[in-house]
Write a protein that binds this ligand. Structure first.
Ligand code: B12
Length: 148
């Protein structure tokens, strides 16, 4: 089993399709995904991160309230001495805000990486593999049958 990754949709947000796709992609890549589902509070992210001694906390938000919902999350994680990498992704602002400003805002909140709504799940897998130095199991060496 690979490293544990916590995944969930923060706040009152009920958009479930994105995290379902991410869960499938991350599980297929060998991560042990704990999907907290939609409408997950900050406290639930923090206690799940603590309980599973997770390598990464992945926060999803689609409905436009991410800025408010994520306030204080990193302080709560730090208070529990959680050193997981944190990513956020989805539709992170209301309307057509400038993406550079949006990314900068979430970096300032403490997120290690910020992903937009066009994110391909394979990009998330690659980033996590790099950040967690995640190594997928070596494929079994094929035995070569020697003909006598
Ligand atoms: C389907 C949908 C709904 C469904 C959700 C059904 C369900 N249970 O999932 C329903 C009808 C319930 C709904 C409700 C609402 N919705 Co809606 N919804 C959508 C819609 C059309 C598609 C979302 C979707 O499933 N996309 C497909 C998945 C695969 O993509 P994704 O979610 O974006 O996820 C990908 C990436 O974003 C990224 N990603 C996502 N999360 C994360 C996390 C991490 C860590 C990473 C790395 C990547 C990542 O990777 C995913 C895979 O590629 C979008 C518009 C759109 N085209 O995106 C609006 C949209 C998200 N909804 C919107 C709104 C406003 C609402 C409501 C507030 C409307 C209302 N007034 O009631 C409510 C909110 C209800 C709530 N409490 O959440 C707005 C948000 C606007 C904003 N942010 O500025 C959008 C953008 C529509 C719009 N253009 O206005 N919605």
């Amino acid at each position: 089993m690979g490293q544990t990754v916590i995944l969930g949709v923060i706040g009152s947000d009920a958009h479930v399709v994105g995290i379902t796709i991410l869960e499938q992609a991350l599980s297929a890549a060998g991560f042990d995904v704990k999907n907290l589902g939609v409408q997950t509070s900050k406290d639930e992210f923090v206690s799940a991160a603590q309980k599973h001694d997770t390598g990464a906390v992945l926060v999803s938000s689609l409905y436009g309230h991410a800025r408010q919902d994520c306030q204080g999350l990193h302080k709560q994680l730090a208070d529990t001495e959680c050193d997981a990498v944190t990513y956020i992704g989805g539709n992170l602002s209301v309307g057509q805000d400038d993406w550079d400003d949006t990314r900068e805002h979430f970096r300032e909140l403490g997120f290690n990486r910020v992903f937009d709504a066009e994110t391909d799940p394979s990009a998330v897998v690659s980033a996590l593999e790099r950040d967690l130095d995640h190594r997928t199991a070596e494929p079994e060496t094929q035995r070569v049958r020697m003909n006598s």
